[in-house]
Design a protein around this ligand. Structure first.
Ligand code: 1QQ
Length: 384
């Protein structure tokens, strides 16, 4: 009888030390040895397809690193990718599938704010956490307390861009051109307008276009006739590329810079517009030249796997997976959406490829933006 009791106590002691060992090694007290599905809704087709493929690359790289490091006992991620087709309707289908069929721990995406402003309501209602990695329009995280993002908003990035442009380029009067059929391009326009007004810069002219437009010569001809110091553009990369190319074809000289918002942050701008893109100025949440050690490692790993350097969208995706993993790992179980949400709120000063990362009280990203200029076909830090 005594012997049996002793054995039971020994068993308990061994179990406890094993748990302790696992906790010390992985940092995850309870979720060790488990798997968590994450849903990834990216635009692989449609108007925002220029962003989806590098987002997917960034996620895949982070997931593979995490799973390799987790070993046999650690928490592993199972990525479930789906194409949101750049439309709210397809975004809704994908979110419903992630929530009801795949039963994911957390959703990363969708690519566009225009889609997120609809899909995130579904996740909020279901109590499933969402981490946006490229949504920059205002109002996304206000949808509810399950909605987070690691992308800096246009309201944070644009005032900084305009301030630096005014200082360095002596911009006093501009023309403003924006897409009026998209939540992001409209939010970018409003952010630019306010930043320009606050900086005391005159807006000579406001022009609009829509997704899928190919000919911007009517707007640009009018803009040219008013001799602005710069042209300020809020557009997704397809339309941005057309505007940049056609401005130079219409002989608006490069001494009149084009200043863009987040839609310009894709290397597709240079691929599509070639030399015309030289000198374009764009505020961003990340630049490849960031000296942070984690970032150097990320650049090498991405480059050796995909044969190209990552863009801002890949970096935000890669950081997003690590942020999600940390929160899921802290939760009692990958099914406990509320605990994952609560763990996301706690993330402060996390070392990521975006720099030291925290969420604001409003679940937006809190880190420092940069201003870039296109130089020799690449995004360089403006003024360096
Ligand atoms: C948004 C954006 C796009 C340019 C990124 C894909 O910032 O929709 O919010």
């Amino acid at each position: 009888m005594e012997k049996n009791k002793q054995r039971i106590w020994m068993g308990i002691a061994v179990l406890m030390s094993l748990t302790l060992l696992l906790t010390v090694h992985t940092g995850f007290a309870v979720a060790a040895g488990k798997e968590a599905k994450i849903g990834l809704a990216f635009s692989m087709t449609g108007a925002a397809a220029g962003y989806g493929s590098t987002q997917k690359n960034g996620v895949q790289l982070a997931v593979d690193e995490i799973n390799a490091a987790a070993g046999a006992d650690g928490l592993k991620l199972i990525p479930v990718f789906d194409d949101d087709a750049s439309t709210p309707q397809q975004g809704i289908n994908v979110f419903n599938k992630f929530i009801n069929a795949d039963k994911v721990s957390l959703i990363i995406g969708p690519t566009l704010s225009n889609t997120a402003q609809v899909t995130d309501r579904i996740a909020q209602q279901a109590g499933v956490p969402v981490l946006g990695i490229s949504n920059t329009a205002k109002g996304i995280t206000e949808i509810g307390d399950f909605i987070f993002r690691d992308s800096l908003t246009e309201n944070v990035v644009i005032p900084n861009t305009i301030r630096v442009a005014k200082e360095k380029l002596k911009v006093n009067k501009v023309a403003l051109l924006y897409g009026n059929d998209d939540a992001f391009t409209k939010a970018g326009y409003e952010a630019f307008k306010k930043a320009l007004q606050d900086a005391g810069i005159t807006i000579l002219n406001e022009q609009t276009f829509a997704k899928g437009d190919r000919d911007f010569s009517p707007q640009l001809t009018q803009i040219k006739s008013q001799n602005p110091d710069a042209i300020v553009v809020s557009a997704l990369v397809e339309e941005a590329s057309g505007i940049v190319s056609q401005a130079r074809k219409l002989d608006i000289p490069k001494s009149v810079p084009i200043i863009g918002g987040n839609g310009f942050n894709s290397p597709n701008l240079m691929k599509n517009s070639g030399d015309a893109a030289e000198g374009v100025i764009v505020g961003a949440a990340w630049n490849a030249s960031s000296a942070n050690a984690l970032n150097r490692k990320f650049l090498d790993a991405y480059n050796s796997r995909y044969g190209s350097l990552p863009d801002q969208f890949a970096a935000q995706a890669y950081a997003g997976v690590y942020i999600a993993y940390q929160a899921i790992g802290k939760a009692a179980s990958p099914d406990n959406h509320k605990a994952i949400r609560d763990a996301l709120v706690q993330i402060k000063g996390m070392n990521t490829v975006l720099g030291s990362f925290s969420f604001t009280d409003g679940r937006d990203a809190d880190y420092v933006p940069v201003v870039q200029v296109v130089k020799d076909g690449k995004f360089a830090i403006f003024g360096e």
